[in-house]
Each structure stands twice: as structure tokens, then as C-alpha cells.
Design a protein around this ligand. Structure first.
Ligand code: NAP
Length: 294
């Protein structure tokens, strides 16, 4: 592809993910400068047309947009925090994984040094980068995001979440919570059915149907959560808890692990003890919304 009109980009960090990001920019025709602590990881990218900068400072000067993707925020601060690194006027997009506090602190730190800063979270493995299946979340200034949205689009499906720099990290962990909850529920069911000789492949279509059905309830539950009002339009929490007890009893009776159903029921029991038994399931947000140490 002709790269004379494409935005020049810099990638700092060429681990598994950084290499995939740089490759996607090269494939989309962006003049791409790279830097990595272990320079040999740039060999293939250089063969494909990337320019290897001798120092981080040189790498930053080369692109009008710099993507940072290293192990953690500490590594990013080590790399970009040195006194001789000039960030004034730079735009940084930090796709390093971290938590929301680290993202907000990094935004303040970068802005104090005169840089524009977007935080991001990559919701895909390296091999998906460059395809629409690679969802990449961004938070920070909308103006900065929109200025670079087309360029960032070379990496996958790019999404803007809001001005709070912590949002990309929060959505990242919220997505992981969703993923593990669905996967653990699936494994609970597969373990139960295996005791009756039903293999996972036979159970999978039913499990998928249930997951899809339940996912369809989320907008209605969201309305109740946002209103803070939980009328039992479909079923009360007490009705759910009776079924939870049944799941625990069945798990124990057939000899499979009952820890997850017990945890689910313990939270619902506490909500009932607090007087919410006659309300609908999303009232449990009150339990999820506060810390519990034990
Ligand atoms: P990786 O293969 O382990 O690469 C880590 C990168 O960080 C390397 O470029 C490494 O440099 C650099 N680095 C670490 N500490 C450094 C330091 N003190 N100074 C300079 N450079 C340092 O990890 P990765 O898979 O590319 O992941 C990078 C980020 O993407 C992580 O935050 C990860 O959570 C996120 N992510 C990864 C995936 C995935 O599937 N891989 C998916 C989503 C998000 P050297 O090469 O010199 O060691």
C-alpha cells in the first residue's frame, strides 16, 4: 500500500502484542517507527519496512502518534519518565494493561509533561490485531480520540468510552468478569451432566442457548439498577434462592464441586437478610457494590 499519505506512527514495546500492533500499522501503510529494549525483536518488522529507532527519544520524535505497549505501567514510567525524554506536544496512546488508578495517574503525569494522553485496553490476542474482531477500548479526551480514530482503526475495532481515563481499564476488567462468570457457569453444568454420561459437546448447544437468553435480560436489569428500584416483575430473589439451594443439593448429591453455587447463594442470602427477598434479582447490585473482606 502507498504509505506517503498515511499518518506516521511509533510503537514502543515489541513484545507479542507490540509486534502485532506494529505489523498491523505496516500492513495498513503507515510509516512505522519501532523501539524495544531488546532490539532483536524488531528484526522481522524492519524486514517488513519498519524503522528501528536507536533510542526511545528518537522513536518519540518520529511519529505523530505514539503507541506504548509494554508489560505494565511501571515499565512505561521507566521508559518515558527519564529527564531527557521530551513529551511536550506528543500524543501517547497507552495500550499497556493496568488498573483505572494507574491510568488516571498516567494521564495526569503525561499532561503535566505537555503530552496528550489516551488510555486503552486491548480485548483480543495478538493474532487478531488488524481484524474487526480485535476490540480496542479507549478513554480520555474525545477530541484526541477522534483526531486519531482513523489511524487507530488499522488495529481493529476501536471504541471510545468517555473522558475519564480510567474507563478503558474498568471496562477491561468488567469484560473479564463477564467472561469468567459465563465460563465457570458452563463448567459447573458440564460437571453436573458428565455424572449422567452427557458429554460437553452434547450439553454445549443448551448452555449456549441459556447464556444467550440470560444476556437478553441485561437491558431490563440495567433499567432497574440505574433507577435503584427492583420490583419483582418476573421472579423474586426468594424464588431464585430456592433454586440455588437445589443447585447446591444436586451438586453435592452427584459429587461435584458446590463452591460456586454456595458463593452465589451466600450473596443472595445476605440480600434477603437485609430485607430484599421480595425484590428482583438485580437488587444484588447492593451486595456487589460494597467490599467484603472474608
Ligand atoms: P510480552 O510479550 O511479555 O512483552 C512485554 C514487553 O514489555 C516487551 O517489549 C518488553 O521488552 C517490555 N518491557 C517490560 N519491562 C520493561 C522495562 N522495564 N523496560 C523496557 N521494556 C520493558 O507482553 P505482551 O503480550 O506483548 O503484552 C504487552 C501488554 O499488552 C501487556 O500489558 C498485556 O497485558 C497487554 N495485552 C496482551 C495480550 C496478549 O494476548 N498478549 C492481550 C491483551 C493485552 P523486552 O522485549 O526487552 O523484554
Amino acid at each position: 500500500m502507498n504509505n506517503t499519505t498515511q499518518t506516521p506512527v511509533t510503537i514502543i514495546g515489541l513484545g507479542r502484542m507490540g509486534q502485532a500492533l506494529a505489523s498491523a500499522f505496516l500492513e495498513a501503510g503507515h510509516p512505522t517507527t519501532v523501539w524495544n529494549r531488546t532490539a532483536s525483536k524488531a528484526d522481522q518488522l524492519v524486514a517488513d519496512g519498519a524503522l528501528l529507532a536507536p533510542t526511545v527519544g528518537d522513536a518519540l520524535k518520529a511519529g505523530s502518534l505514539t503507541i506504548v505497549c509494554v508489560t505494565d505501567y511501571q515499565a512505561m514510567h521507566v521508559l518515558l519518565g527519564a529527564d531527557d525524554i521530551e513529551l511536550d506536544g506528543m500524543t501517547l496512546v497507552n495500550l499497556t494493561s493496568g488498573d483505572s488508578a494507574q491510568a488516571r495517574e498516567a494521564a495526569q503525569w503525561a499532561e503535566q509533561r505537555g503530552a496528550r494522553y489516551l488510555d486503552g485496553a486491548i480485548m483480543a490476542p495478538p493474532q487478531a490485531i488488524g481484524s474487526v474482531g480485535a476490540v480496542i477500548l479507549h478513554s480520555g479526551s474525545q477530541e484526541d480520540f477522534e483526531a486519531h480514530e482513523t489511524t487507530l482503526g488499522a488495529l481493529g475495532t476501536v471504541t471510545y468510552l468517555g473522558a475519564d481515563h480510567g474507563l478503558a481499564s474498568l471496562y477491561d476488567v468488567a469484560g473479564l468478569a463477564m467472561m469468567w462468570s459465563v465460563l465457570n457457569a458452563w463448567l459447573q453444568g458440564a460437571a453436573l451432566l458428565r455424572t449422567a454420561g452427557v458429554d460437553a459437546a452434547t450439553y454445549a448447544p443448551f448452555a449456549q442457548r441459556m447464556a444467550t437468553e440470560v444476556a437478553g435480560w441485561l437491558p431490563g436489569h440495567a433499567e432497574q439498577i440505574d433507577r435503584g428500584s427492583f420490583p419483582a416483575e418476573v421472579a423474586s430473589l426468594e424464588t431464585h434462592v430456592r433454586a440455588m439451594a437445589h443447585l447446591i443439593e444436586e451438586s453435592e448429591a452427584v459429587g461435584v464441586n458446590a463452591e460456586l453455587p454456595k458463593l452465589i447463594k451466600a450473596m443472595a442470602d445476605r440480600a434477603i437478610a437485609a430485607g430484599h427477598g421480595g425484590e428482583q434479582y438485580p437488587v444484588l447490585i447492593e451486595e456487589f457494590g460494597k467490599p467484603r473482606d472474608n
